[in-house]
Design a protein around this ligand. Structure first.
Ligand SMILES: *Cc1c(COP(=O)(O)O)cnc(C)c1O
Length: 426
């Protein structure tokens, strides 16, 4: 990478067409927030949509279900349609409902159909633990032994997954492939288009957990023909802690039966007929289970408005510029001078998501030292520090400052003041 000085970096901010979006967010005072991959920040737009719904509850009571500005009764479908251009989906295919892990259970219960020789689920050993727990639970519910029937594709020594290895494991014993889009720890982006095409060549159903890519990179579920996908709304989508999650079901599967059925998956026009026979909605809405958590989830409306205004392609473009700069500066100022640092995230643009994962020599202590200096990264076992400069609210200057601070921490050995013991949430 070309060598930059601070003025040139500040110039990037001056020319950045997304720079104005930062003012729409509540930026934490005195903090350089590099953790939007874990919890996105609150925007003023989100605050407004949340407060509006609170006010609707105050002034409309139960009438809010039909008379809210965006009637609560259709909120899940409404927000799903609003999000669909961000992931490349058609109306009716995306729903804002449930939570990530609950949606994994709900969708896998319909999309995993062991029969004859085809009884296996193919996933990967780096996936988020909750996804693996859910897959094992689903196998047990079908009376299938997870030890034999859950295949976890292995990562190489470099902690990266290899698409060709995964494809080789798509045998005629596999019924379903379920993978992350971006691996939460390493930041590697898998080639979803290729994996989908290869799974379908072999008659295998494929779904993705896009929690670490939605809101950071464009998706084309429609073009790729992905069978189903799901993702949380509180990372790059800025929907708020524990808000409802999104799921996507390709319209070719609208006829499938939801087995974790619930009354909010009912044909909406007849839901209040209160019949005991289940008539599912004619679209992805049928996988909903319960009344949507309107109050805890209405920040998403403002958050989606911002992403749509900014444009997901522009967000990706800026994100790549920021992560390239971050990696380049780290290499120049830190990695070259202090042994033991290495990149975990692949540095090729098309192979990485929105964050950069590094493996420093003393991850726990360096993470603490960064936090003491007002920088919020996060730590993932065994010894990865993740840094996520987010296109909508971080600046290039912040990227520069993070690297300068890390360099100082290394120069002065400031990290030695901190314990090697990892905290419960770090
Ligand atoms: C964030 C994340 C989750 C979180 O699950 P919840 O049910 O929302 O708590 C699950 N899987 C992946 C891959 C994630 O990135």
């Amino acid at each position: 990478m070309k060598k930059y000085n601070k003025e040139e970096i500040i110039n990037f901010d001056g020319k950045d067409t997304l720079a104005a979006f930062r003012d729409r967010f509540y930026i934490l005072e005195g903090i350089t927030y590099m953790d939007g991959n874990s919890l996105g920040l609150l925007s003023k737009d989100s605050e407004r949509s949340l407060m509006r719904v609170l006010d609707e509850w105050k002034t409309l009571g139960i009438k809010g279900w039909m008379e809210g500005e965006r009637p609560w009764f259709w909120f899940a479908e409404d927000m799903g349609d609003m999000a669909s251009p961000i992931v490349g989906a058609k109306p009716g295919e995306v729903v804002f409902s449930g939570t990530t892990t609950v949606n994994i259970h709900s969708l896998i219960s319909s999309f995993y159909n062991p029969k004859g020789k085809r009884t296996k689920i193919l996933a990967d050993e780096l996936n988020f633990p909750s996804d693996i727990y859910a897959l094992k639970g689903q196998l047990k519910l079908r009376g299938v032994c997870p030890q034999k029937h859950l295949i976890l594709a292995k990562a190489g020594k470099d902690m990266l997954l290899n698409e060709q290895d995964i494809i080789e494991q798509m045998t005629d014993e596999v019924d379903l492939v379920f993978l992350p889009s971006v691996i939460y720890s390493t930041g590697q982006l898998l080639d979803m288009e290729l994996l989908t095409a290869e799974a379908h060549k072999r008659n295998i159903t494929i779904g993705f957990d896009c929690s670490h890519s939605a809101g950071a990179i464009p998706h084309r579920f429609d073009v790729w023909g992905v069978d189903f996908a799901l993702w949380c709304s509180y990372k790059y989508m800025n929907g708020g802690p524990g808000a409802s999650a999104f799921y996507y079901v390709n319209k070719k599967h609208f006829g499938k039966e939801p087995l974790l059925a619930g009354w909010f998956g009912y044909l909406k026009e007849k839901q209040f007929d209160m019949l005991t026979e289940f008539i599912p909605a004619p679209n992805a809405g049928r996988w909903q289970i319960s009344s949507p958590g309107i109050l805890g989830s209405s920040a998403i409306e403002g958050a989606l408005k911002i992403i749509l205004e900014a444009g997901i392609n522009n967000i990706r473009e800026k994100s790549l510029k920021m992560t390239s700069l971050l990696a380049g500066l780290l290499q120049e100022k830190v990695f070259s001078g202090f042994p033991g640092f290495k990149f975990v995230t692949p540095l090729k643009e098309e192979r990485r998501g929105g964050h950069i994962a590094i493996e420093p020599p003393e991850a726990v202590r360096i993470n603490e030292a960064l936090k003491a200096r007002g920088i919020i990264p996060d730590l993932r076992p065994p010894n990865i520090i993740r840094l996520a400069p987010v296109a909508l609210y971080n600046t290039f200057e912040e990227v520069w400052n993070v690297v300068e601070t890390l360099k100082e921490i290394m120069d002065t050995k400031e990290y030695e003041k901190y314990s090697k013991q990892r905290k419960a949430v770090s």
